[in-house]
Design a protein. Sequence first.
Length: 155
Amino acid sequence: MPAVSISKAIKLSGKSRQHFYDEYISTGKISVDRSSPKHPTIDTSEILRVFGSLKGDSLKTDQSIDNNLSTETIDLKKELERLKAENNGLLSLVKEKDIRITEKSIELERERQRVNALETRFDRLLENKRDLKEELPNPLPPANFWKRVKAVFSP
């Protein structure tokens, strides 16, 4: 809250100057900021703490406080809306990625099934080939082949 001069603090408290000094400042009930020796100040929150409300010129002070708060509130609301919009955008991106991941997982599973089916088919074909080799008689060696060709074509 804003700091005000001691005179302004007295007006806001609605007390007399002497009573204010004797009863509140000298006893330490209200703290005074004496960082600037020529211009000591009292925070309005101290006046509110001790007296509960502001009197006198409180309308002007309250209006300036309200203006500051409303400006800050508006800025915070704008920032909140911006962050909400950003958050919603990020959530939609995450959902899209999740959908893509699910689609790719399904596609990958189908490919695995296809590969497994091909491997099974290949294994069956190899077994059939082995069975056929066992059933067929051994071919004649190449030397016998040429002898038979000569026998067929010789006069």
